[in-house]
Design a protein around this ligand. Sequence first.
Ligand code: PEP
Length: 246
Amino acid sequence: MKRNKYVIANWKMNITKSPHKVIDGVSKHLLKTKKNSCRVVLCPPFTHLATLSTKYKNLDFGGQDCHQHNEGAFTGSVSAYMLKSIGCNYVIIGHSERRNYQKESNHELRMKLIVAEENKLKIVFCIGEKLNQLKIRDKILKKQLSALPSSFNTKNLIIAYEPVWAIGSGKTPSVDEIDRAHIKIRNILNQKYKRKSTNISILYGGSVNSKNSSNILGIKNVDGALVGGASLDKKEFCKIIDSSSR
Ligand code: PEP
């Protein structure tokens, strides 16, 4: 089964002086290099989403989070419904920074997954162990994946395996370790969704850059990358996109 490949940019809350310049560069690059077999998705801060998704119709955009309800008295939050209504097709759910700083629980994440799926957004569900959990990594991955409802449209589901200790640290697991973690995740998904799990892409995230992307994206069980820091730089991000099609 041929799964979709993705390269997804997570800009987090970084201030980019000229977000249009970066996106413009990525957009032109994609138009020029039609051979690209991967899907490119950009997740800038909420404040840029509406203008960028209206302007760049050849690109896919996503939110970095959504609330677990569609509307209501939830000051400061943005819903899946709202993302969809401004032309976003993707949303990141369960990023480790939100699990850590916003204390997002498995229960809350399950509600977000359900509401995002109801709004027909493609979900990038992030999981991954902390450094002190390396020895119990498989147990942690299983627990985090248990937030996924057993009845779910897997066509809209993408998993991002992001070891917390690799995010923004410049460190990455070895190719073998990444492969092993992805096989484990695939097995858990197989058990949960049976045949329907085969179309779920599993991405790697954590310190991906233009120097290591060919190695990482070349791993058999890796279906793409979720990129943080390196996605803020047009040239760097375009090189990562290119390495996904080799
Ligand atoms: C991330 O936060 O999703 C991420 C992968 O960050 P970085 O690439 O900067 O490690």
